[in-house]
Design a protein around this ligand. Structure first.
Ligand SMILES: Nc1ncnc2c1ncn2[C@@H]1O[C@H](COP(=O)(O)OP(=O)(O)OP(=O)(O)O)[C@@H](O)[C@H]1O
Ligand SMILES: Nc1ccn([C@@H]2O[C@H](COP(=O)(O)O)[C@@H](O)[C@H]2O)c(=O)n1
Length: 228
């Protein structure tokens, strides 16, 4: 590149629910001066729109017919990630139990995935310094040529404990069952299921602190940049 500027780096971080994708990706992006994209927020946003528009979530044909209607806009600053639908800030609305319990059904519809995948690719292409994109199919489908692919895992027990701590004392057993159910739905759908790319680096975060996971991913990015 001219003037010795670093090439933009594209980092894909995938994994099941509660493995630390968002927390890790945001911190890595902030530390390295990269953009950040939470693709789960986009699937949640389109699910929120379907629910509030009265679309039957049990009916994939009905979902497919309107998948192109809502305008979903993601802000990619890791210090202030934003998400809006038709100009409405939905950052809080997409985190409700209602949306969480329906998002796997909506995100399994191929027309929804192709719409959201297109958005994700255009945001990645526009990121001048590079971007950390986190989700379920980033390394396998959305950005198969990413410079670095990381697949985060953790035991169901650790993930449930983390989530119930976040949800201020939610029942750990119920949280664990809900996580397992969502992962099973996301892993078994036909179109771009949750999966580790063959060339992804797997990091088991069960026994690691968040700071250790961040440090590990930053090191992996720096090694890639150094051509190691
Ligand atoms: N290594 C870790 N040790 C302890 N807590 C962690 C670790 N990584 C993340 N957490 C905490 O676990 C919770 C879930 O993390 P996060 O939201 O980043 O996961 P996620 O993989 O993005 O989940 P989802 O896919 O469901 O959105 C957060 O409260 C976060 O602070
Ligand atoms: N690349 C992705 C990202 C997410 N999903 C679907 O969205 C749901 C919510 O994701 P969170 O990360 O916010 O928990 C997830 O359960 C998937 O159904 C997806 O399909 N592909």
């Amino acid at each position: 590149m001219e003037n010795g500027a670093a090439q933009p780096v594209i980092v894909a971080i995938d994994g099941p629910s509660g493995t630390g994708k968002s927390s890790t990706s945001k911190a890595v992006a902030a530390q390295l001066g990269l953009s950040y994209l939470d693709t789960g927020a986009q699937y949640r946003a389109i699910t929120w729109w379907m629910v509030t528009s009265g679309i039957d979530i049990e009916d994939p044909t009905a979902i497919a017919a309107v998948a192109g209607k809502p305008e979903i806009v993601s802000g990619t600053d890791p210090l202030d990630p934003t998400i809006s639908v038709d100009g409405t800030d939905v950052a809080a609305a997409i985190r409700t139990q209602e949306v969480t319990s329906q998002v796997s059904a909506v995100s399994a519809v191929p027309e929804v995935r192709s719409r959201i995948t297109e958005l994700q690719r255009s945001l990645a292409a526009a990121a001048e310094q590079g971007i950390v994109v986190e989700g379920r199919d980033i390394g396998t489908t959305v950005l198969p040529d990413a410079d670095l692919k990381v697949f985060l895992t953790a035991s169901a027990e650790a993930r449930a404990a983390r989530r119930s701590g976040e949800l201020k004392g939610a029942d750990v057993a119920a949280t664990r069952e809900a996580l397992i159910k969502r992962d099973a739905a996301d892993s078994s759908r036909k179109t771009s299921p949750l999966a580790k790319a063959d060339d992804a680096v797997e990091v088991d975060t069960t026994e690691l602190t968040l700071a250790q996971v961040i440090e590990c991913v930053v090191t992996l990015v720096e090694e890639k940049r150094a051509g190691k």
